[in-house]
Design a protein. Sequence first.
Length: 88
Amino acid sequence: MANVKVNKLFWDRVAKVNRRPGEEFSATNHRAQQIAERLPDYVEVTYDEPAVDLASLKNDELIQIAKDKGIELPKRIKKADLVALLKG
């Protein structure tokens, strides 16, 4: 799913409603992409990150996710502790 924030008034032909500035609504990724391509100055689109089962990832992948998020890790950390840390 995607979150769409409206910047300028436009008619949403699919939903058959006026979308007003400041309004936020959810749409499928495909629909949000269509709107953003046709009306690039009218909306801001953010995409939800797909849910990932952290426990199914390898330690190296978990460590990379932590680094990408700017989380400092001890030199030795158990996988269970790393998963718990990433889940918050």
